[in-house]
Ligand binder design. Structure first.
Ligand code: UVW
Length: 340
């Protein structure tokens, strides 16, 4: 019999519902039948790439601790393993090869947040003292191990992105076009606003779906040509209102497996001020990653897909969006594909 890692579970969480050792959260709801239904959304066979080039947004002004990818080339003898001539014996037909490596901040550009991206100080063991806890009761410093916790063996020993990568990230996407309602105006989208947008599109969201939000933010990022104007970005486009309790409850009740947006954090960040002494700074991250095991996709690129769906009065599609199968990683770049 599996033993829960917690005595208390956070209010509004589903910890333990998928098993005491679960590391996939609501991805457990993506059954073969739901995947087969998603595949039936493919009628034209057209594919849309939903990733920015991974060297966008450019620089590190948006997040000082996330830097653009840096390619690196190993030495090979006196030169580099790049445009390298495999043999000096021949002139014609001789192979010339290139290899490379990259210093890649996994959450710099189009990305998935894994379930260990955001946890909370919470008294899970019931001793009256809060500790660092993540989804399903996994602990900071025990399973989620960083350089301040140990001398070696860092990374996520549980909840790493490999759990998501091997879960078969392919299902039905439903796009909500917030851009056509708000344009580039800054807007906090709570439950009422989201319901109105779904109604206007005459589309529903069901258990096992990936909710995809097109806000126009990634278009702005691209237009800034790798020199992001942070003030303008923070003041532009729609984002979910993580402080709206009804929105959070709806996200739990509808049984989404993930929420993906073309903006920075899916939710408005910084979030609206909250009442009380302590509260999460990233309330939607807290609800989705920490309490519910719902993955978040950020800085996706929906523009052409959104235009095509609007022109064809369709909002559902097959979404294929695996992260890297990189054991121990917190997040991952993605090159998602929508097939219509
Ligand atoms: C934050 O830390 C705000 O992370 P992200 O929005 O990339 O999930």
């Amino acid at each position: 019999m599996e033993q829960n890692r917690w005595v208390n579970r956070p209010q509004g969480s589903n910890w333990g519902d998928f098993g005491a050792d679960d590391q996939r959260g609501k991805m457990n709801l993506l059954t073969p039948a739901r995947r087969a239904a998603a595949a039936r959304e493919v009628r034209e066979g057209m594919a849309f790439t939903l990733s920015l080039p991974l060297d966008y947004p450019g620089g590190n002004a948006i997040f000082p601790f996330r830097k653009p990818p840096r390619l690196h080339h190993e030495n090979r003898g006196p030169a580099h393993n790049f445009n390298f001539r495999l043999s000096h014996i021949c002139n014609e037909f001789c192979d010339v090869v290139c290899d490379d490596a990259v210093m890649l901040y996994l959450q710099y550009s189009t990305q998935w947040d894994g379930l260990c991206h955001v946890g909370q100080m919470f008294d899970a063991d019931g001793d009256g003292v809060p500790e660092k806890v993540y989804y399903n009761g996994y602990r900071g410093g025990v399973e989620i191990v960083g350089p301040d916790d140990a001398r070696e063996g860092f990374g996520a020993k549980a909840l790493g992105i490999e759990n998501f990568a091997t879960a078969g990230v392919q299902g039905r996407g439903v796009l909500v076009d917030l851009h056509r309602i708000y344009g580039r105006k800054r807007a906090y989208v709570g439950y009422d606003e989201l319901m109105r947008a779904l109604e206007a599109q005459n589309v529903g969201v069901e258990a096992g779906d990936f909710l995809c939000l097109y806000t126009g933010y990634a278009d702005l990022v691209l237009e800034m040509n790798k020199k992001p104007d942070v003030e303008t970005l923070h003041a532009s486009c729609a984002a979910l209102d993580g402080r709206d309790r009804r929105l959070l409850d709806w996200i739990s009740d509808v049984d989404l497996v993930a929420i993906c947006a073309d903006n920075l954090a899916v939710e408005a960040y910084p979030a609206r001020p909250a009442l009380g002494d302590t509260f999460p700074g990233l309330p939607l991250h807290n609800h989705c990653l920490f309490k519910q095991g719902i993955h978040l996709g950020e800085l996706w690129y929906f523009t052409e897909l959104a235009r095509w769906l609007a022109a064809n009065d369709r909002w559902r599609f097959l979404l294929t969006a695996p992260p890297l199968n990189l054991p121990g990683a917190v997040g991952s770049p993605a090159t998602p594909i929508a097939t219509v």
